[in-house]
Design a protein. Structure first.
Length: 197
């Protein structure tokens, strides 16, 4: 299977490249590195990435910058980091990618627990995650040719200890649990699901 991993140089991306690369052809996509450097805030850059990659069977996105900071100082400009990055970046991967993906392929986007259990300083991420999850539900009933779409929505992950203080009381998701959430989306039959590893 030919799998595009967007965000391939991040914490989740690196792990998934290693885990899935043993069995499948992986195309690594990141902002400035990887097989095809791509800026997901640019539709032109996304289109160029798909043209270079060619037909594919699955796309995983673990990318999407957001703004972290208190609500009282949050501005329109800062809020748009999550809108352009985590929200529209991932949505555009699907809107454009649907014209390149093979029949019966799958898209797997990444959201997070903040969509349903917000924490201080993460209003931008909460809004972006919620929007992406709603998009996944809506897109699942319109994608054609047997193409599926799901989101993996973890809490804080074990390999990101710097974020632990922001998620009091949350049990970190192990990298293996995270991997199996993505495997369920890619290799299972479900669509329109928010998978919570």
């Amino acid at each position: 299977m030919k799998i595009i991993i967007v965000g391939a140089t991040g914490t989740m991306g690196k792990y998934l490249v290693s885990a899935l690369g043993k069995e499948h052809e992986i195309i690594k996509v990141a902002t400035n590195e990887g097989d095809i450097p791509t800026d997901i805030t640019s539709t032109e850059s996304i289109e160029n990435m798909f043209k270079q990659a060619g037909p594919f069977d699955a796309l995983i996105s673990t990318a999407g910058p957001t703004y972290v900071g208190p609500l009282k100082t949050l501005t329109d400009k800062e809020f748009r980091k999550g809108v352009e990055g985590k929200m529209m970046g991932q949505i555009n991967l699907v809107l454009i990618g649907q014209h390149y993906i093979n029949p019966k392929g799958s898209f797997t986007l990444t959201t997070g627990v903040l969509a349903r259990d917000p924490q201080k300083n993460f209003a931008n991420a909460s809004a972006a995650n919620g929007a992406v999850e709603a998009f996944v539900l809506a897109a699942s009933i319109e994608l054609e040719n047997g193409i599926r779409i799901n989101a993996v929505s973890p809490t804080v992950i074990e390999n990101s200890p710097d974020y632990f203080p922001y998620f009091p009381g949350e049990i970190p998701v192990t990298m293996k649990e995270l991997e199996f959430g993505f495997r369920k989306s890619i290799f299972g039959a479900s669509t329109g699901q928010i998978i919570k590893p």
